[in-house]
Write a protein that binds this ligand. Structure first.
Ligand code: ZN
Length: 413
């Protein structure tokens, strides 16, 4: 006997076709889908339809774990106009359609029952389009599902045009950034030291060394401090981490007039953004801002590996760079998506390993020849500057810590 057998809810809340297509593990179900939902699905926080997402609801409204999110929503939330998922906003829906909605019917129920047939959107002003590529707006398709933070089943989509891969609209970021520095990021010190070598040489080769610079997403300010120690006028920006090492040299410390950008004039000669791009949901807005502030942009992010079978991208589900344990990586680039950005923001683009350089197209002398030379130079700089006398522990230590986390979670189950 199960308590939920008796739990009553309007029949249109359950969409059997959606339920069966969403949950592959139910493929061999011999009982009706709705029976499964009532007996197990409700308490397992499974989605009864496309528009109610129990995990979103639970984390947004902090529903205690012993209460099924669906039960809470039906008995309380829907009447209090709590939003069921990112695909339905009461505020937006009421603003657009309040005159159509039947009296005494909760707006979300009206939407499911009649609104969809009338062509209503659950987010009429925001136009959430999870199936459009965040970079080039091309059509995407779901390629796999993966557990994020060891608890959220998250869909990953890939663009058919530029290959860019993205998660659904991430609703777990607040949790993922509870500590801005994840425990197994053992590269947190090595990365700024290595990046500083490359950046210094790059600035002296290609840019004006006496200009102002910005390290975007600069974490605790280690890189900014190193660059200032070397004599470059660097500032730091980061909305998640506290500026510990470059205090008073934050983007917020600069007087507003210095931050104004006009056509052809940028506050910063070069913006660096190391291991930032993969953290950005809807990255185009951030790139627009960066290319407004910076004449040139140097970023580091790993590009997707070349697919063994181009028609089957599900092999990417095992790519280490997803970093699903920590849940901070949501955007994954290809060479094509970088070229798209370069074209859109009118920059030249060159790349080596995981470094990507966008330069001002009017930069005097920065023509294709110099870009080619720079790739060559980067290659040499890597060789010259990172000779390790002993085999580094950076990666080994990261693996060690990841295993600790997984073992701890398994023991807790
Ligand atoms: Zn795309």
């Amino acid at each position: 006997m199960n308590n939920f057998d008796k739990f009553e809810y309007p029949s249109f809340l359950f969409d059997p076709d959606y339920y069966l297509s969403e949950y592959e593990d139910l493929g061999s179900l011999t009982t009706p889908a709705e029976q499964h939902f009532q007996r197990f699905g409700i308490s397992e926080d499974r989605k009864p339809n496309r528009y109610f997402d129990p995990k979103f609801y639970r984390s947004t409204y902090r529903i205690p774990s012993e209460t099924p999110a669906f039960t809470h929503f039906v008995t309380t939330g829907v009447h209090q106009h709590l939003d069921p998922s990112i695909f339905f906003s009461h505020q937006e829906y009421l603003a657009a359609y309040s005159k159509d909605i039947e009296k005494d019917v909760p707006p979300f129920y009206f939407f499911l029952k009649d609104g969809i047939k009338l062509g209503h959107s659950g987010r009429p002003t925001t136009h959430i389009t999870p199936t459009r590529c965040w970079i080039c707006s091309g059509a995407t398709r779901k390629i796999f599902q993966k557990a994020i933070l060891q608890k959220y089943d998250v869909d990953f989509f890939r663009c058919a045009r530029c290959g860019f891969m993205q998660t659904v609209e991430p609703t777990w970021l607040e949790e993922a950034y509870a500590s801005p520095l994840v425990s197994f990021d053992t590269g947190a010190i090595r990365r700024p030291i290595e990046s500083a070598v490359i950046t210094e040489d790059l600035i002296n080769t290609a840019f004006n060394p006496t200009a102002r610079f910005l390290d975007y997403g600069g974490a605790y300010g280690v890189f900014t401090r190193i660059m200032r120690d070397k004599g470059y006028d660097f500032y730091r920006q980061d909305k998640y981490a506290e500026n510990l090492f470059a205090r008073h040299f934050d983007i917020e410390d600069l007087p507003p007039p210095l931050m104004q950008s006009t056509e052809g004039r940028h506050p910063f000669e070069l913006i660096t953004a190391f291991e930032v791009a993969e953290h950005l949901p809807q990255p185009l807005d951030t790139f627009a801002e960066l290319f407004k502030l910076g004449k040139n942009l140097l970023l580091s992010t790993d590009l997707q590996p070349i697919l063994k079978d181009p028609s089957n991208a599900s092999e990417l589900s095992n790519w280490w760079y997803l970093c699903a344990l920590e849940g901070q990586h949501v955007s994954f680039y290809t060479h094509e998506s970088m070229l798209f950005l370069a074209k859109k923001f009118k920059r030249n683009y060159t790349t080596f390993k995981n470094f990507h350089l966008f330069t001002d197209e009017h930069n005097s002398g920065f023509d294709n020849y110099r870009i080619k030379k720079l790739s060559l130079w980067l290659k040499n700089a890597m060789k010259l500057n990172f000779p390790h006398k002993k085999k580094s522990f950076t990666e080994k230590d990261a693996e060690f810590i990841k295993n600790l986390i997984v073992t701890k979670a398994d023991t807790a189950k």
